[in-house]
Write a protein that binds this ligand. Structure first.
Ligand SMILES: O=P(O)(O)OC[C@@]1(O)O[C@H](CO)[C@@H](O)[C@@H]1O
Length: 389
């Protein structure tokens, strides 16, 4: 079927725009934060200085000749080399920034800094807050509630966990704001895709580690334990990305955090630990998970995996941008239309932290605009649950 509407791809060059502030303000702030968090040597300091200058004042440069993924990045967008970072698609430029940050700190290079996650201290700090303690302790009370209530509370916990994104914190966003609302709620449809005893395979495409991944894992445990899913495949990033995105190491940290807790949280941790052992819960780190491209361009093997799932749940803002396309769609464009290419049932759990949105009804959009102007799109105060069969 031909596309009903095309929409401008989001770039970062419009003065005063959200994407421009990410490149011009968040990225420099992040470089500083990473630099301050590690005792890097002169080589890394020089490389970080060079990245700061290149990404804010220079043009996009290719990866070095020895980069293991140079060819991949050429295929993903050699046409952007030589452009100002602000003139490349926002999604592409942000992804490439994270890739180049890893080059600067020596993440991929053989040597003592190889494999040292530059964002680990921030992810770790998140896991060991009083709030995290309280959230885990609250599970004791929740397990006494009726199952349907537990399930919905855990779904909302996983959804709002997406507010705990460290990139957002670097940008001074409104995480924790009281003014929190759902602009779309397809949770009933989502539950109908995971009927009790239906032996479903769920693909959960994770977003952030720490305070988001904990409630994601707790939800997974609930689904497995109460037979809403028989198997869960958790997709994580193969390397550090968008500050706080979860990798396998972060899954392990969360499982240890759970097993080291008390009461119901510890039981969740133990069950999930065993589920990893039996293969009921598996972790995948596909290269495409860090690609600067929409899911419409996914490779065949990943398409096949999603096709085999009974439902794929995409967590977070970045996955949403990639799912529906990082373009300025009219907000009332149907979610079903934008995800028609996806090879199976799909749902999105996302707090709103960038300009992209589809699937709203006219009244909802008008009410949001009347109350907040366009601020609701990026403030993290609103959220959505969207799904299609
Ligand atoms: O995917 P996440 O963690 O929910 O959000 C990632 C994010 O913070 O990164 C971008 C800005 O850097 C925004 O589009 C988005 O809000």
């Amino acid at each position: 079927m031909p596309e009903a509407v095309e929409a401008p791809v989001i770039l970062s060059n419009a003065p005063g725009s959200f994407p421009r502030s990410v490149l011009a303000e968040r990225h420099p702030a992040l470089i500083k934060k990473v630099r301050d968090a590690f005792p890097y040597g002169p080589r890394q300091h020089r490389a970080l200085d060079a990245l700061l200058t290149q990404a804010t004042q220079g043009v996009i440069e290719p990866l070095g000749p020895d980069a293991h993924d140079r060819q991949l990045w050429e295929a993903w967008g050699s046409e952007y080399v030589g452009l100002s970072w602000f003139d490349a698609p926002f999604l592409w430029a942000e992804s490439y920034f994270y890739r180049q940050l890893l080059t600067a700190v020596g993440y991929f290079e053989a040597g003592p800094w190889q494999g040292i996650d530059p964002f680990r201290p921030f992810k770790q700090a998140e896991l060991h807050t009083e709030e995290a303690d309280e959230e885990l302790a609250a599970l004791d009370g929740l397990t006494l509630r009726p199952l349907g209530e537990q399930r919905q509370a855990l779904l909302l916990g996983s959804l709002w966990g997406n507010r705990a994104d460290l990139g957002f914190a670097v940008g001074g966003g409104a995480a924790g704001a009281a003014d929190s609302r759902l602009v779309a709620d397809d949770s009933a449809l989502l539950w109908s895709l995971l009927p009790e005893g239906g032996a479903a395979t769920l693909c959960l495409v994770a977003d952030n580690a720490g305070r988001e991944l904990l409630p994601d894992l707790i939800l997974v445990d609930h689904l497995l334990r109460h037979r809403r899913a028989e198997r869960v495949v958790l997709h994580v990033k193969p390397y550090p990305y968008y500050v706080s995105d979860a990798m396998t190491a972060d899954v392990i940290d969360c499982l240890r955090r759970l097993t080291g807790a008390r009461g119901a949280a510890a039981e969740v941790g133990e069950r999930l630990w065993s589920a990893m052992g039996t293969g009921q819960l598996t972790v995948r780190g596909h290269t495409f998970s860090c690609a600067p491209l929409p899911y419409a361009d996914m490779p065949d093997d990943l398409r096949q995996e999603f096709a085999e799932a009974d439902v794929t749940v995409m967590k977070g803002d970045l996955n949403y941008r990639r799912l529906v396309g990082d373009q300025l769609w009219p907000a009332t464009t149907p979610f079903e239309e934008r995800t028609a290419y996806f090879p199976g049932p799909v749902a999105a759990l996302r707090t709103l932290k960038s300009d992209v949105i589809v699937g709203l009804d006219e009244r909802t959009e008008a009410a949001l605009v009347a109350e907040h102007g366009q601020g609701w799109r990026t403030s993290g105060t609103h959220a959505l649950i969207q799904a299609r069969r």
